[in-house]
Design a protein around this ligand. Structure first.
Ligand code: ATP
Ligand code: MG
Length: 489
């Protein structure tokens, strides 16, 4: 056996993050780990990669006991990890990021750039991504998916026998995900063992051999993929039935926002209206220009031509602060970058945006705590109290806090980019329901999503975006995944 974990436990104060978990990994196996947000997946992987030491339990590699002092030590033993959140230096190039801290040197002790670029080129070629970017490309110029490839190249540059991928596809598109799967298949064939964490069950059925299911820090079971169905896996992960969603819609007559001929370097001649209570989806492939449309409306990107009208009046939006004045809110895709206040409580974070300045910024007042508790319950935010700092939450639970924060602001128009990335399947439906409820109550929603099922489930109307332009307008009730894809490609 390549790797065995035996009865591993880890607590953070009163939180039993991982309880008595055993796990084994064979040579050349892709082993998935599934569980809701906060189930203990990342904690277990941090133990395995030397970043956390367990309170109890044993780790064996190829039969012999190991005890990692830190991540370097785990690397030396052949374990490499790619984290849930990207950790690259944006202003350095690909090669510098891959070999950070381990630069090849010339005889006189300088960085040997010739060798650095050569080795990086070989690595990129091996991964089959050499046509996408160069060793000299600045990381800031890469897409989220390409950055993920660099993270993987960095992990592989250490020739690991075990590669841990913690939600590698949370922020990448279908195309990049396929590239990633091709890489995984290649590694597997070469005997590398892979631990794969994802909330996208389709992916797990596509590439995993076995899956270990965790719930509330406890071991539920390990299964060969062949014996599972999507439904049986979900049932084990969440231990309850998922509610069927009732479709609700209440589109009004008032135009809340209209854009005419909006253009800049990334988008061309964008014109559309969004009505009160309407959920309008921007569908399309990642990189199609959807986020740029949203950013331009929100004043986070300059427009070169065109106009924005709010409730039939031409307005001047040159910054996000201007947009907020017109009661427009924007939940960006890179929610981590958006900055939760890590040391502040969940309640304080949820209440930290306010359009009417009535309330002090940070407070744990009874009212604020009560409001936060409603969201904690609805979105199933895993924490023992809303007074806990957000820093102690799992990745997905932090995302839920960001969503709660914006959902509670009560804007006229809520722009929301990939609302369910990184969110477990149980909470997804809760989020859909919340979005629909807000719309029925009169809020207009501009939804950006790469998940067509999501678009079809909750939107009223769909604009398909490609190459920075609107290709087609579709009525959700009369369209299908195939039709959307046809216009998106
Ligand atoms: N540094 C920490 N301090 C306190 N509690 C923590 C810390 N790290 C994790 N936890 C808690 O441990 C539990 C497990 O978290 P973990 O990050 O392992 O979940 P996860 O399964 O990776 O979830 P997600 O799918 O959201 O990434 C959660 O209740 C979390 O709040
Ligand atoms: Mg995690």
């Amino acid at each position: 056996m390549r790797l065995e974990l035996h009865a591993i436990s880890k607590s953070f104060g009163p939180v039993k993050a991982v309880q008595n978990i055993s796990f084994d990994l064979m040579e050349g196996e892709v082993h998935a780990i599934c569980g809701e947000n906060g189930a203990g997946k990342s904690t277990l992987m941090n133990i395995l990669s030397g970043n956390l030491s367990p309170d109890s339990g044993e780790i064996r590699m190829e039969g012999s006991m190991v005890n990692f002092k830190n991540q370097m030590d785990a690397n030396v033993h052949g374990i490499a990890i790619v984290y849930q959140h990207l950790s690259l230096f944006d202003n350095q190039n690909v090669a510098e990021n891959i070999f950070v801290n381990r630069f090849p040197e010339t005889r006189s002790g300088f960085i040997n750039y010739t060798l650095l670029y050569q080795e990086t080129a070989i690595l990129l070629q091996k991964l089959g991504v050499d046509h996408l970017f160069q060793p000299q490309t600045k990381v800031s110029e890469l897409s989220a998916g390409q950055k993920q490839m660099v993270e993987i190249a960095k992990a592989l540059s250490q020739n690991p026998s075990v590669l841990i991928l913690d939600e590698p596809t949370a922020s990448i598109s279908g195309n990049d995900a396929q590239t990633l799967f091709r890489i995984i298949v290649g590694l597997k064939a070469g005997g590398t063992s892979i631990i794969y964490i994802s909330h996208r069950l389709d992916e797990i059925f596509e590439i995993a051999d076995r899956v270990t299911v965790l719930k509330d820090g406890k071991w539920v079971g390990v299964f060969k993929m062949e014996v599972l169905t999507r439904e049986s896996l979900i049932a084990m992960m969440i231990g309850r039935e998922i509610k069927k969603m009732a479709r609700n819609s209440n589109v009004g007559k008032e135009v809340v926002l209209e854009v005419r001929g909006l253009s800049n370097q990334k988008i061309r001649d964008i014109s559309f209206k969004i009505y009160q209570g309407e959920i309008l989806a921007l569908a399309g492939l990642v990189g199609a220009g959807r986020t740029e449309i949203a950013k331009t409306i929100f004043g986070a990107m300059r427009k070169q031509a065109g106009e924005i009208r709010v409730k039939n009046r031409v307005v001047d939006i040159n910054s996000p602060a201007d947009a907020v004045k017109y009661k427009i809110a924007f939940v960006p895709e890179e929610r981590k970058a958006l900055g939760l206040f890590a040391g502040m409580s969940i309640a304080e974070n949820i209440n930290s945006v306010n359009f009417n300045d009535e309330q002090p910024f940070f407070t744990n007042s009874t009212e604020v705590v009560k409001r936060a508790e409603t969201y904690k319950e609805k979105l199933r935010i895993v924490s023992h109290s809303v007074r806990q700092p957000v820093a102690a939450l799992s990745g997905g639970n932090q995302q839920k806090v960001v969503l709660a924060k914006w959902l509670s602001t009560n804007p006229d128009l809520l722009i929301i980019d990939e609302p369910t990335h990184g969110i477990d399947i149980g909470a997804k439906f809760e989020i859909y329901e919340m979005i629909q409820k807000l719309a029925v109550e009169g809020m207009s929603i501009l939804l950006i999503s790469s998940e067509l099922q999501e678009v079809l489930a909750i939107s009223d109307r769909i604009l398909v975006v490609k190459d920075g332009m609107i290709q087609k307008e579709l009525k959700t009730a009369d369209t299908s995944e195939e039709e959307i894809l046809k216009w998106a490609m």
